[in-house]
Structure formats: structure tokens, C-alpha cells
Design a protein around this ligand. Sequence first.
Ligand code: ATP
Ligand code: MG
Length: 435
Amino acid sequence: MGQKIQAVKGMNDLLPVAQKDFKLTADIWQAFEDAITAWARRFAYRQIRTPIVEQTGLFVRSIGEETDVVGKEMYTFSDSNDALSLSLRPEGTASCLRAVVEHNLLYNGPQKLWYMGPMFRRERPQKGRYRQFHQVGVEALGFDSVDADAEVIAMCADLWQQLGIGEHLALELNCLGNREERAAHRAALVVYLQQNEAILDDDSRRRMHTNPLRVLDTKNPVLQDMVNAAPKLIDYLGETSQSNYTELKSLLAALDIEYTENPRLVRGLDYYNHTVFEWTTDKLGAQATVCGGGRYDGLVEELGGKSTGCVGFAMGVERLLLLVQEYGCLKSEAAPDVYLMRQGNGSTAVAMQLSEQLRRVGLSVYQHCGTQSLKAQMKKADASGARFAAIIGDDELTNNTITLKDLTGQLGQHTMPQSDAVHLLQQWKTTNGCE
Ligand code: ATP
Ligand code: MG
């Protein structure tokens, strides 16, 4: 026997059943994907799917060389006979905008887009943090006014409500201003950090010059007082930025969306300006951020397109589903409606024909395969979680009947003509099924 090969650390299999250290199942995942597709449709956003591999330069240019994601978390390799450096995508916005610019989609006017799929970051794996994880993202491209910012935030709130986790997620909001405002703040911040250089840790000292805003994001408890007293970006915002921010807040209030302003919220990717926001939970330990986003007006231009107002967000599917699984609601349809069992000469073809008829009227039918006693088959039917067992034994075969047994016991067991059973089950499905 060959040695067993294991999955790559931090990359999970999605199985029909929960695993010891990874509780999400493929069924809840599928239910979530269905819910997301319907949700995006309700907001009239269109889907975009891009490749998982891109030129490394795309991420360097958009996310920023100095960020953790590009600096140390990317899976990068060169195509074997090509000097071109490629990377597995660590997030979706860069690819989405690359595709939009490449195919000139904005020529047709603004675009409201969404995507869903795996992302890759070489991080230390732990609950809620993986090396292959999944994001659902939304990008509203070609919109300058804050109603678009309010819309994407409202989309999140709508989804949380639908998934039954609204009460466990809190919205944090900040305004990063425009380039000039940030530059003025940055200059003041660097002076302030230099004055406090003696107490900075190595990370902060390094970032002080490369990306001083990120120092404000430090988790080091020793630095919290210093960080709290640092110059605040909000004090450097000009009139237009201020009034946009005020309008956004009043739109959120009108939509009954609660938020806390967090002047230290900067986000890990370089491309944001004006609005930034995060949805966090206190239910997932250190992996508290479930969704993050904001405005990135300069990014399309950075990637070779025309200057375009853009706002969007990405949510982590694993974190969200861990929350949904524990506190929310998402109906997943794992069990079949009917477990069809049979015994006796010639019963196989009849049973298979019946299964087909039942499937045609919308039922999920588990067809028993193999030769086992009816008793053994009944055990399997019970274990399958099916609502009904449908039995074709010798008597049923002779009389063209079928026996239906309600496995919950509520409706008992009845033998009837096969056509009646199809009709009955179809009726049951339309009145009681989860469609
Ligand atoms: P964190 O601070 O937790 O590292 P981030 O700021 O790096 O998150 P973003 O790049 O904003 O995350 O990605 C959006 C969302 O994707 C996050 O809020 C999170 O829910 C999810 N996410 C990011 N990295 C991972 C990961 N390694 N494993 C699982 N989910 C992740
Ligand atoms: Mg991160």
C-alpha cells in the first residue's frame, strides 16, 4: 500500500459531513452559494468569474508592495519556460478590475458586479484563517456619489438579516479622504511617530516610513495609548470629503443601519480612499472581521483604465458560515425525500423506472443499489434522513403497487397503486417541501 497523501496545510476539503477541526459541510456551502446568487440578483448585480492565477504585477500594483498580503502572503511562481511571474490570487478586486479594463466593460456605462471563489494567502492556519479561503465580493464601478457606498453597505446588512446573524455583526466606518488629505495627515503622522520612536516595536518602526497608517492598526497593547493620541485623519479632511462622509452617515441612518465610527480603521490593502468599513463579530475570537470594503477611486486608472469612482467589499465565506452555522439560519437540503428500496426478481427495472418518475416531478430519490434484505435496506433508509421509504417487494411487484412508509412515523405506512404514490409524493413535495 502506498503512503497516504494529505491535503496542503490550511486548505480544506468540503465533505458531505463535518470534520473534527473543520465543521463546514458541502451542503451548507451549497445553500450559501444559492442564497448569494439570489441575493445578488435581488440587488441586480451581475456575476463575474476571473482566473485564479494572474500576473504577479497585477497584485503588486493594486494591493501594494508594502502590504502583508503582497509582501509575504502570496503564492508566487514562474511559468516553467517563461520569465513571467505568476501568483495565485490573494483577493478578488484586482482581478475583477483587470478584467473590466481589459474588456473595456465601463465603455457601456457603470457596472455593478459580484464574484465568489477561492483566494490564497500563505498565513498561519487557525480557526477562521486558512491558506485557501473563499470570498464573496461586490464591486460597484463607475459611481462617484456616496449613494453607491450606502448601497453596498446596505447589501451587507440585508444579507446578514437573511442569514439570521444580523445581531452578531457590527459595522465600523471611517473616511480616509482623498490623496492630498491623506498626504497631509501622513506627514503629520510620521512626525508624531518619530517623536515616539523610542517606544515603537520593530514592525511599527519599519512601517513608520513605508506605510505609517498601518502603524495605527497595530495590535500591540503597549502601543495603544500612543496610537490613540496620534493625529487623526478626520481632522485633515477638506469640505467635500467631510460633506460626503456626513451624507453617507445620514443615508445609513435613514436605512436603519447602525454603525460606529472608527478613526483608526485603515484596512490592509493600499487602494482605498474615502469610505472604508468593516463588519466584525465578537463570536469568532481573533478572526473578528467577517467583511471589509470601501471606496477605491484610483484603482481603475492605476490598472490602465480611465479614472473611475468605485466602491465594493469582500466577505470571508468560511468566517461567515462558521457564524451562520452556530447562530444563524440557512436551510440546506442534504437528505433525499424518498429512499427507494426493492427486492425480488424483476424489481430493479420497476424501481428504477419509478425513481425516474418521482425525480421528474421534482423529488430527490435515493435509489438503493445492490442486493440486500429489505430489513437491511430499511436501516439504510432510516440512516439516510429521507422522509419516506418506498418499497417494491414481491407483493408490490405482482400487484403493480408500492408501499410508502413515512419514516417520521406521522403518516404511517400504506400500500397503493404506483401512479397514486407518484401523485401523493408530488403533492407532499409542493406543500411541505423546502422549495
Ligand atoms: P484579517 O485582518 O483577518 O487578516 P484582511 O484585512 O487581511 O483580514 P481582507 O483582505 O479585507 O482581509 O479580506 C476580506 C475578508 O476575507 C476578511 O474580512 C476575512 O473575512 C476574509 N479573509 C481574509 N484572509 C483570510 C484567511 N486567510 N482565511 C479566511 N478568511 C480570510
Ligand atoms: Mg490578513
